[in-house]
Ligand binder design. Structure first.
Ligand SMILES: [Zn+2]
Ligand SMILES: [Zn+2]
Length: 422
């Protein structure tokens, strides 16, 4: 029996889940304040969805998918990303025939068979948004403003936003040819991956992390110079809208993104303070995706943020403390004879919205007081002979060490007046 979690996976223990809850709440609240609503799709889909929706030529599909045959020999894949499942749901439920744009967000685990390293896992978590049904450049700007707003609320203001345009199907084919012509003479100097993928998608060579590949193709034609008038206009409106909203960005000719279905606006967000692997998220427009998956020809745009990287950033750069006491009140039963009264009191406190607990380990009164201190509960309520006979409770404020004897309603009011102002 193997009692370790599989390689590339990990447990989120309670001392860490407070951080997850904190960041997830900021993401949900931000997205909802921008008019996005939550969608939850299955953790696995038909493999074909990702082969078509992410693209055969990508690393994700060619080397990183967790695919398996189920007992009926269907090929299924644990979702490696969230955009294709959203597009599939949009088509399946005919949602595109309603009010547009459709604005969704999602949050949850994704799976990629990748080499585990700091901040990178085989089961990892993403928060993402997708907006379908509008090609307005102002929607592109809104999506980016939401991304920046999330980082601002997390206190991670020191970001770098990289921005580029990947053109439309018309100007991209044109550019692709020019790039192919430029690269062909130097193909021997490219890395293994690039030699394989440059014929299929020469833009991927620009995305390569190997310095030798960049050296080999230096002086390559820039996409920006080959955008058609529509794409130029679209891109300049996105930039103007970002400027008007005080979002600074860096135009980055090398930004092409790994997925095949991107078009027009593409962006990536970096936190330089966290080191070499500084990208925490990115996204862009994918106007061909819904049609590629068998739906109508409607545009889409979105982004995804890597939760693990963001948590790493919060640990390294964040200014916030996460210790959160899990209890408001610990009820100390001074004498076994009053266990029942103790349990009734705990139940009543909980019914009234107070987080309360008691001992179930048969500890002495003194040991329970010590245990209460460890739980970091703000208050202790003591239940002993005198209390039960005279119908009051002894409330001890663990911060001020002040002790008072109160009737039950007064007790509840005093506790609430403290915990609700926190
Ligand atoms: Zn174009
Ligand atoms: Zn390369």
């Amino acid at each position: 029996m193997q009692v370790k979690a599989p390689r590339g996976t990990y447990d989120i223990l309670p001392q860490d889940s407070v951080k997850w809850q904190y960041i997830e709440k900021i993401m949900r609240d931000s997205a909802e304040s921008f008019g996005f609503r939550e969608i939850r799709t299955p953790l696995f889909e038909h493999s074909e969805l990702f082969q078509r929706g992410v693209g055969q030529g990508t690393d994700i599909v060619s080397k990183e998918m967790y695919s398996f045959n189920d007992r009926s020999r269907r090929s299924l894949t644990l979702r490696p990303e969230g955009t294709a499942p959203c597009a599939r749901a949009l088509i399946e439920h005919g949602i595109y025939s309603g009010v547009m744009p459709v604005k969704w967000y999602y949050l949850g685990p994704m799976f990629r068979y990748d080499r585990p390293q700091t901040g990178r896992y085989r089961q990892f978590h993403q928060f993402g948004v997708e907006a379908f049904g509008s090609n307005s450049p102002y929607l592109d700007a809104e999506i980016i403003i939401l991304l920046v707003e999330i980082l601002r609320r997390l206190g991670l203001d020191d970001y770098e936003l990289h921005l580029n345009s990947l053109g439309c199907s018309v100007c991209r084919d044109d550019y692709r040819q020019k790039l192919l012509q430029h690269i062909s003479p130097f193909k021997e100097q490219l890395c293994q991956d690039c030699q394989q993928r440059y014929m299929q998608n020469p833009l991927r060579v620009l995305d390569c992390k190997m310095e030798t590949c960049h050296q080999a193709i230096r002086g390559y034609p820039i996409f920006y110079d080959h955008l058609c008038p529509y794409c130029q206009e679209h891109y300049s409106r996105v930039q103007a809208a970002l400027q008007a909203n005080g979002v600074s960005y860096i135009h980055d000719n090398n930004l092409v993104r790994g997925l095949d279905y991107y078009s027009n606006t593409a962006f990536e967000i970096h936190l330089p303070g966290i080191g070499a692997q500084s990208a925490v998220g990115g996204g862009g427009r994918y106007d061909g995706l819904v049609k590629e998956l068998g739906g109508p020809d409607i545009p889409g745009i979105g982004f995804a943020l890597g939760m693990e990287r963001l948590l790493l950033a919060l640990d390294m750069l964040g200014k916030r403390e996460f210790s959160k006491p899990s209890l408001d009140v610990f009820v100390v039963v001074m004498n076994d004879a009053y266990e029942m009264q103790g349990l009734q009191l705990v139940s009543e406190l909980r019914r009234r919205g107070i987080r309360a607990d008691k001992d179930y380990g048969g500890r002495s009164g003194k040991a329970q007081m010590k245990y209460a201190g460890k739980t970091a509960a703000r208050f202790v309520v003591m239940v002993g002979e005198e209390e039960v006979e005279k119908h009051f409770w002894t409330l001890r404020d663990m911060q001020s060490k002040e002790q008072r004897q109160l009737g039950q309603e007064e007790l509840i009011d005093s506790i609430r007046s403290v915990i609700e102002t926190k």
